[in-house]
Design a protein around this ligand. Sequence first.
Ligand code: AMP
Length: 188
Amino acid sequence: MNLILFGPPAAGKGTQAKRLVDGKNMVQLSTGDMLRAAIASGSDLGQRVSGIMQRGELVSDEIVIELIEGRLPEAEAAGGAIFDGFPRTLAQAEALDAMLAGRGAKIDLVVRLKVDDEALKTRIAGRFAESGRPDDNPESFVIRLNAYNTQTAPLLPYYQAQGKLVEVDGMGAVAAVAAGIDAAMSPT
Ligand code: AMP
């Protein structure tokens, strides 16, 4: 199964993706993690994206599409991908559909984690205090939320039209959200 975990920054996508990796035979494909790894390694790519990420803006479609494309064989071998933080623009969504179609695969399900903006701000403040992730600072977070609302949320009708969109309440405890995702993945 190929699943997209969809939602604003700090909605819990990464936490839930990791749980699915542990519980099911799937690979987490987080473009944010891939970009942070590139920055940590000091590569050319890392140097190109580090300022953009720190400000909370989106990096170019070409960069993230290429990162994802390189990881599709691994996900295929494992029995499925959990896309976490990708796609974030319509161009990325269309490229993903095309890449998967070229491999005889498709997106099976898009789970939207719904969390209200106030709760996101509280979570981000906690995460910033804990991990010091540079783009969790309040100024960058406003830009990230704005990028979500203007560039990423418009993907919801795209997946809705394909009949793939399921909404899960992301406000509860991790286990409750996990149960909601499990139910969406295996409807009775
Ligand atoms: P995340 O860890 O998913 O919150 O991503 C952290 C940052 O990485 C984002 O604020 C963007 O700067 C960049 N990024 C991650 N994924 C993407 C993507 N699919 N498209 C554009 N930029 C991305």
